[in-house]
Design a protein around this ligand. Structure first.
Ligand SMILES: Nc1nc2c(ncn2[C@@H]2O[C@H](COP(=O)(O)OP(=O)(O)OP(=O)(O)O)[C@@H](O)[C@H]2O)c(=O)[nH]1
Ligand SMILES: [Mg+2]
Length: 366
């Protein structure tokens, strides 16, 4: 059913790299679209060539993107995209996914949007994902309650400024794991509403949709203070690689095998160090997306497992500890190795590797 209100509802979905933002955004978007609503998404990255945008478009969703820095530092561009979506699509809901290493969105995006562009969008709740896989793994070793390292400060801050905390990847958690994670989140963000959710089992999705449809006015999340030098240091710990290429061959090959082999090679190379690495392989037979987050390799495919094709397009995004030049060299080796193993001809390679610059928000309301 279409929304009554004429302004689209803008829903920001935040959370650390690999926590499940895009997957959740697609699941919610597809469900709302099935119910007759018009849905658009806005993706965001420090660079170009995004798996998330290509993935959203491969699912038939209208996707705009803010490139070259987060929403907060490119606020005008975000507003331009929202205006354009309103003019061309008249969406009921717009999901926007900030960069996973970005925080302070209450002060730099939501507050300014309400203050300067109230006529353009109605603000929905700010959902922040706490990665279920990491809550019962890596995050057990993080002092989120008394953060010290830049990573701890960043992750704790992301969680603390949420309107609603989503404990993601519930399917990976035992009941006891879930209870412990929810209890920890409650201690960390007292009074927060917490919904546990899985895009695999479907748990929690209906509760989130019901909340998004609620037309009662919302309180904006209150900005939480953060030291921008520490925040910048947390972002600068990560090397960023985005690349794309095309592969073709006279002998048909399996896009699924190619994607999984490449990600297994990458997992061997990066081990648990990948904040998030993801690949999207598109072909005439469909697409496959595979991701490596928190040391776990997972795939989501919209293609027959047995399908073989003679050409594919490939987009590869890696965010991990380490220097961008090393990352670029590793990604290049990965692509060359895949081409050699499958006897493929490679063309159209483009890439960029960088360390995110210090955040300099267009607005910061406190
Ligand atoms: N088991 C499980 N895996 C999930 C779930 N949601 C997402 N994933 C996997 O988690 C990985 C990261 O998912 P994304 O949705 O790409 O995460 P993201 O937060 O958008 O990542 P960035 O855009 O890099 O910050 C992928 O391999 C997904 O398949 C879930 O509910 N259960
Ligand atoms: Mg994403």
């Amino acid at each position: 059913m279409r929304k009554q209100n004429t302004r689209p509802k803008l829903i920001l979905i935040g959370g650390f790299l690999g926590s499940g933002k895009t997957t959740l955004m697609m699941a919610l978007g597809e469900e709302l679209a099935k119910q007759g609503a018009r849905v658009a998404v806005v993706t965001n990255d420090q660079g170009e060539f995004l798996v998330d945008t290509a993935y959203a478009r491969s699912k038939g969703l209208t996707a705009g993107e803010v490139l070259g820095g987060c929403f907060c530092c490119n606020f005008g561009e975000l507003v331009g995209i929202l205006e354009n979506l309103e003019e061309t699509q008249k969406p009921d809901y717009i999901f926007a996914e900030p960069v996973g290493s970005c925080t302070d969105l209450a002060a730099t995006v939501l507050g300014p949007m309400k203050l300067y562009h109230d006529e353009l969008v109605e603000l929905g709740p700010y959902l922040v994902l706490a990665d279920g896989g990491r809550m019962r793994g890596e995050y057990e070793h993080l002092r989120l309650e008394q953060p010290v390292t830049p990573r701890e400060v960043l992750v704790a801050h992301q969680l603390k400024e949420a309107s609603i905390l989503i404990l993601s990847k519930d399917d990976l958690l035992s009941v006891q794991d879930r209870d412990m994670s929810v209890a920890r989140l409650k201690r960390l963000v007292p009074g927060a509403q917490i919904i546990h959710c899985s895009t695999q089992s479907g748990v929690g999705l209906e509760a989130i949709i019901t909340m998004l449809k609620d037309s009662r006015p919302l309180n904006l999340p209150v900005p939480v203070d953060i030291d921008y030098d520490v925040y910048a240091a947390a972002e600068a710990e990560l090397g960023w690689y985005n690349g794309l290429a095309s592969f073709s061959s006279k002998t048909p090959f399996s896009p699924t095998d190619l994607a999984m082999d490449m990600m297994s090679d990458l997992k061997r190379e990066l081990g648990g160090d990948a904040a998030h690495a993801k690949i999207l392989v598109t072909s005439a037979a469909g697409s496959i997306k595979a991701g490596l987050a928190g040391g776990r390799l997972q795939a989501e495919s919209a293609i027959d497992h047995e399908a073989v094709v003679d050409r594919v397009g490939l987009t590869l995004n890696i965010r991990t500890l380490g220097a961008p030049e090393k990352l670029e060299a590793a990604a290049r080796r990965l692509i060359e190795e895949a081409a050699r193993r499958y006897g493929l001809e490679e063309s159209g390679y483009r890439s960029e590797a960088l360390i995110p610059g210090a955040p300099k928000p267009t607005h910061r309301l406190r």
